[in-house]
Design a protein around this ligand. Sequence first.
Ligand code: SF4
Length: 372
Amino acid sequence: MTTTACCTRPTAGTAEPIEAPHGLRPEQLAQQILDGHRLHADEALALLRSPDADTFTLVAAASRLRHHHRGTQVKLNYLVSLKTGLCPEDCTYCSQRLGTDAQILKYTWLKPEQAVEQAGHGVAAGARRVCLVASGTGPAERDVDRVGTIAARLKQEHPQVEVCACLGLLKENQADRLRDAGVDAYNHNLNTARSHYPEICSTHTYEDRLATIGRAVDAGLSPCSGLIVGMGETDEQLVEALFALRELDADSVPVNFLMPFDGTPLAGRWELTPLACLRILAVARMTCPDKEIRIAAGREMHLRSLQAVALQVADSLFLGDYLTSEGQGAQDDLTMIRDAGFTVVGAQVPDSRSDSPTTRRRGAGTEAAPNA
Ligand code: SF4
C-alpha cells in the first residue's frame, strides 16, 4: 500500500489510474463549473490530493458553488432508528452486522407512537427531514406497512416535514407503497466505488444497491445516496464513487466518515484527517455543485474543530444522534451554524450567547488544578 504526500489515504488499487493535471487553480475551476463545466476525473483527483496548506483555498473555491446554489441555508435531518442491530448482512463498516460484538443498542421495531414521539424532538429542534431507518437486508411487506403508518402519522402531526425511509434493498412495488403512504425520499447509499464494493460486503452487490435506488426513482421518491469514506478506498476509487453519484443524480448526497467500531472488521482503521475530510467534501461539492451535500456520521470524530469550516461547502447535516453512536449536542450544532453565518431551513435559531465570562477559580492563586 502506498500513500500520498498530503494525506494518509492509500492510492494503490484496482480503479483506473488517473493522471492528475499540474497547476490546477481551484478558484478558476469553480468559475468554470459555474459556467457549466463538469468536473473531470483528473481534476477531481488533483483537488483531492491538494497539499494540506492549499486546503482552505480549495474550500474557498467550493464555497462559491455552495453559496451560488444553496445560499446560506443549512438543512437539518433527524435520524430515528426504528430497528437496530442483528442484521444478516456482513457490511464490514457496520456495527449492526450479524455476528459483531460491537456493544451497541439492539432492539426490534419501535411502535408507531414511539417513532413519532422520537421524531418530534428533532422537528422541535429544527429538523426539516426525518429519516426513518431500519437495520436489515430489506423490508418485509408488513415492515413497509409499519413504516407507512409512521410516515402517515408524522405527516399528519408535522406537515412541513419531509419523510425519508432507509430500509435496505427494496422489492418490486415497495417504493410505490412507501410513496403512497406519504414517504418523500428514499436513502440507499452507494457507500463506495463499484471497484471497491467486494472489499466491504459479500452478502449483496453494488448492482443490488443500484437497483434499489432505481426503484425509488421510478416510484417518484427523491433519491438520497452517498458515501462512507475512509474504508481503504483509493483516491481513484473515491473519485469513481463521487462520479457514480453524479450519474445517479441523487438529490441529496450524505458523506459519512468511517466510525471504526470495535467488534467490526474495520475496527482501528483511521485514514482520515480533518483537512482530508474538508478536501473530500469540497470535491463532492465541485462534482455535484447544485446538490444537497450532507455532512453525515463521523463528522465529530474526523472533522473535529473544523466542522464549522465544512459548512462552507456542505449545506446539510444530521442533528442529534446517529443510528448506533451519539452525535454532538443539538444545541452546539445550532450554535455552530449560527456563529458561522448560516441559517437553518424552516427554523429560527435563537442566539445562544452567554452574557458574562466564567470567573476563574482554578490554577494560580487557588488550590485547584490549572486548566492545562
Ligand atoms: S445492510 Fe445496513 S444494517 Fe445491515 S450490515 Fe449492512 S449497513 Fe449494516
